[in-house]
Design a protein around this ligand. Sequence first.
Ligand code: ADP
Ligand code: MG
Length: 684
Amino acid sequence: MMTRMHPGFTGVVQHHWPKPRGWTPPQHLDRLDVSSLPGVGPTLAKRLRTFGISSVRDLLDHAPRRYESAAEQVPIAKLGLAEGEVAIEGRIVSARARPLRGRRTLVNATVRDESGGQITAQFFNQPWLVEKLVPGAHVRLRGKLSRYGFDVKSYDLGEARRTADFAPVYPASEQIPSARLRELVRRALADHGRFLPDPLPAELELPTHADALAALHFPADEDEAEAGRRRLALDELLALQLVVVRLRTTDATAPSLAEPGELIARYREVLPFTLTEHQERAITEIDLDLAQTTPMQRLLQGDVGSGKTVVALYALLRAVESGRQGALMAPTATLAEQHFLTVESLCAPLGVEVALLTGAVKGDVEAPVVVGTHALIQPDVRFRDLAVAVVDEQHRFGVEQRKALAENRSAHVLHMTATPIPRTLALTIYGDLAVSEIAKPPADRKPIVTARVGAERSSDAYTRLRVHLDAGRQAYVVCPLIEQSETRLARAAQAEAERLRRGELRGYRVGLLHGKLKPADRREVMRQFKEHELDVLVATTVVEVGVDVPNATIMIVQEADRFGLAQLHQLRGRVGRGGEQSYCLLISRPFEDLTETADARLDALVGTTDGFELAEVDLELRREGQLLGTRQSGWSDLRFTKLRRDRDLIEQARELAAGLRDEDGPWHDAAEELLAGADHLGLA
Ligand code: ADP
Ligand code: MG
């Protein structure tokens, strides 16, 4: 028998365990119903299920939402002087249960401590407790003094480890008391913990999976909880990476490019600014990739307005310099056209020709730099010699297009993404991409000021907007999102533009941009706005990505509560692109009419402009959504990973996966086991 122990963790996990009666193979903990645990009857099982807990494994993986900080422990005799939540400790004198109105119950227990003080502790809706609160039993309670006694929020029974003063709070805590959940988890870990799969090689010296779960549910402090969570997150991320590794083929090659030369030197001179440190670092990483014959697969990640486009163009020019071609691919025609304008204006002084390909194209592509939509990857489009492809906002491409992209492996590929919205981050993980990050925008940027405006006060928002226009700035008005056809959306946008021209924006030059415009018309509107022949652009979400007009300093989003968080963040990124202070005004239904999540989304946007932070909030809100029954698959099923905090783990998992994938290597079985345990991620 092999046992393993890890520094800092006390648990021991047996790897080759003797099979007890009723033995459950590890992956089957997924299928072992919670009702197999002692004390879980049909009612509790049903309640657990509404929180997504049906198997023992689900229960163990039900991570606390947060931890309650320690409460001061006071003698019962002094309880009258205490304020807020406190802890008391003592022995039970007597206890009894009684029904309340509805189907509620109350357990009253008299507790006495060494100070000689005595109080009635009240436990709501936990009738089973009455059997445990036997006279003489030792308890530690956390709660508040109320008019009727000591209102218990969490408790520890017996001499067991004291968690009442650093207690996990679970997403289900309102319906199922945390203490009850903790009791179940304790039981499940004791009975089944040693059957949990723990395939990571011992050489890594990580805590075992079971120890990590114990740390998560019964930590002594925040650090221990965090260490446990991160171990579990690593398993999760590693399983994802292994799937990716398995899907990946590596025998394709791309041309190895020589050192940057004269064209690149001139490009740097033509740029109207010096590149930031972050941009330079990204460029260095790209250069290293381009020198290899293994095709580059790199994600260039940076929040909206952080300056990715100039880095992308750098990569394209490296291809041109070597006598080959570079292509920039965008998910929509509008965005492709926008990129075309930017790229062309920077390439013109360099004497580099740029072609735009959006519609149905066929045949040979000769231009050194090509900007376009997925039209670029049609089978009958042939490049002379494509060396570098930049893909903007890859996650917005359809599945088929992504597949076509993935199959074309003879070029170096740089994926750009503006926001680490969950889906994009998932791609970072699923896509096995190396990551370059532009973590900071160019220095002179001021964070966008965001405010919420109730619909009843929308005229105030337009007053603000006119102040900007009168000062020579430009503005966006984003039309409501209607869940109907593109055509209806276009018509509604048109009507809104006309309404504004007659009303709030009378006397200003108002343009209209929507998805149903002909490409030539759309280009013309974009050009007019860019050259300040228009003051205001009334638009649908087609302005979401890429549109770059630094003189636009204010945006109004109508019916903002209908938009998703990531989408609003993207929209907001259209302003704040120059040195001026910019504003984003989110108009919504009166606050009291909003759903809780809509309200939380808008608050999050007001609270931060950090894409990672918003991604985390988004995930949190979706998780709640999932609890309410709209289950999602893939990314949102990651149970332990915290997007922002665990960026380093994503990298670590990627490296580990590379080591684990070796068929003959000692860790091959570990990889298989991890994959088997990751069923719930829905990756197969
Ligand atoms: P992203 O594509 O990351 O959203 P862009 O590349 O469109 O951002 O850049 C946003 C704006 O910042 C553009 O107007 C661009 O010209 C400008 N910009 C880019 N890099 C710098 C820099 N190093 N210094 C100043 N301005 C910059
Ligand atoms: Mg951009």
